[in-house]
Structures are given as structure tokens and as C-alpha cells.
Design a protein around this ligand. Structure first.
Ligand code: DC
Length: 219
């Protein structure tokens, strides 16, 4: 028996977050943005929290909430979402995600998001390592240039200006690190369906995915 889970893996800005939000709403499943957990991890570590204390600190001090723009993260009462979405935090998350202790600490925490109602989990290793028994596994890809354009728009909407060439270079560097690290590298699970969203609108990606969920979940 496979688990009631849709995993969506892929590189940054491939459209995973948007697809995860839309498909979780459509199916009525819970959602896990694992990249955000890695960002929270890096943020806390940079604030001086030791690896051994991070799971406890996340459970005690961090709250994940939803609003119209997506997930909002509070540390005690402070909204740290903008800080977490910065490219500097993304880089720190990519670096710390290659440390075995980080991945070990986050493994159980991520699995704890599963409820029998169902879960949509997006990240890099959701289908390969964290939820290998998921019913539907998607690997979403797009060219670095298209992803940089999407990330630029997202950052501009948050009031952050960025240099396009630097962004493309950052994305390529981060891809390389994520794909070549020893632990949980960014690769499609053998039983995943690979979608290249370079030439697709979010609505087209959603509509294609709904055909897959119809088959797997009858929804
Ligand atoms: O999806 P994101 O850009 O928010 O992720 C930030 C970093 O976290 C990414 O560069 C690599 C790491 N990450 C990971 O190693 N495994 C995951 N499942 C999700 C993210």
C-alpha cells in the first residue's frame, strides 16, 4: 500500500511551490515546503543555535501559518518570512543542507507532517529519501534562465531588487551543489514523472498534474 502523498521535487524556482499550493488545495491535502524548513534551519544556526538544539527550537519557537501569499513563518512573535526568502538565506540553506547532521535532524520532522488525510511535499529529496513510498512523485524542472526570471519577479514582489546575471549564476551554482552533494542529491526518483515547465504556464502544469492525481487518487 502506497502512502497518500504527492512529492514534488526539483531545482529552485522550477514552480514547485506554486504547484504544491494549488494541488494541495485541490486535493484537500496538508502541505510541506521542505526548502523553507532548511531555510529556518540555516537561519537559526546563523543566530547561534547548535545543531543538537535546532529540532527542539523549531518545535518550540517556530510557527508556520498560511496567508494569501503563501506560508508565513513566525519565530516567537516575529515574522521572519522576508528574511527566510532572501537569496543569502537560500545560499546558507544550500550549504548547511549538505551536512549529514542537518539532514538527519530534519528527516523525522518532515515525516511528522504526514497525516492520513494526505500530504503534498515539495523539495529536493521528497520522493527519493523522505517519502519513498509516496503514491505520486513529480520532478519539476525548467531552464536556469526561466527560473532566474521567475525568482526575479518573486523577489521584486517582495520589494527586493536583484541583478539578473548574478541571479542566473547563483542558480547554476546552487543547482551544481544540490546535484553533486553526496547526501540526498537533487535527482528524480526512478518512479517519478518528470515535467519540464520552461514552456508551460502554472495553469498548464496544474492541469497536467490533475490528470495524474485523477489516476492515483481518483480526485
Ligand atoms: O527550495 P528552496 O530554494 O527553498 O531550498 C533552499 C535550499 O535548501 C536548497 O538550495 C537546498 C536545500 N534543500 C534540500 O537540501 N532538501 C530539500 N528537500 C529542500 C531544500
Amino acid at each position: 500500500m502506497k502512502d497518500n502523498i504527492v512529492t514534488i521535487d526539483g531545482p529552485s524556482a522550477s514552480g514547485k511551490g506554486t504547484l504544491a499550493r494549488n494541488i494541495s488545495k485541490y486535493l484537500g491535502f496538508e502541505i510541506l515546503d521542505s526548502g523553507l524548513l532548511y531555510r529556518v534551519y540555516a537561519y537559526l544556526y546563523n543566530c547561534g543555535v547548535e545543531h543538537s538544539q535546532i529540532t527542539k527550537t523549531i518545535n518550540q519557537d517556530i510557527t508556520f501559518m498560511s496567508d494569501d501569499n503563501g506560508i508565513v513563518v513566525l519565530k516567537e512573535k516575529n515574522n521572519i518570512t522576508d528574511e527566510l526568502r532572501k537569496e543569502s538565506t537560500a545560499k546558507a540553506a544550500s550549504k548547511i543542507s549538505a551536512i549529514p547532521e542537518t539532514r538527519e535532524n530534519l528527516l523525522l520532522l518532515q515525516r511528522g507532517f504526514y497525516t492520513p488525510k494526505g500530504l503534498v511535499a515539495d523539495g529536493r529529496d521528497m520522493g527519493t529519501v523522505v517519502f519513498p513510498n509516496a503514491k505520486l512523485k513529480i520532478f519539476l524542472n525548467a531552464s536556469p534562465e526561466i527560473r532566474a526570471k521567475r525568482r526575479q519577479l518573486e523577489l521584486q514582489n517582495r520589494g527586493q531588487e536583484v541583478n539578473m546575471l548574478a541571479l542566473i549564476e547563483d542558480i547554476k551554482q546552487r543547482d551544481l551543489k544540490d546535484k553533486t552533494r553526496k547526501l540526498s542529491p537533487l535527482i528524480p526518483a526512478e518512479d517519478s514523472i518528470v515535467i519540464d515547465s520552461s514552456e508551460m504556464t502554472p495553469a498548464e502544469v496544474l492541469s497536467f498534474t490533475k490528470k495524474l492525481t485523477k489516476k492515483e487518487f481518483n480526485k
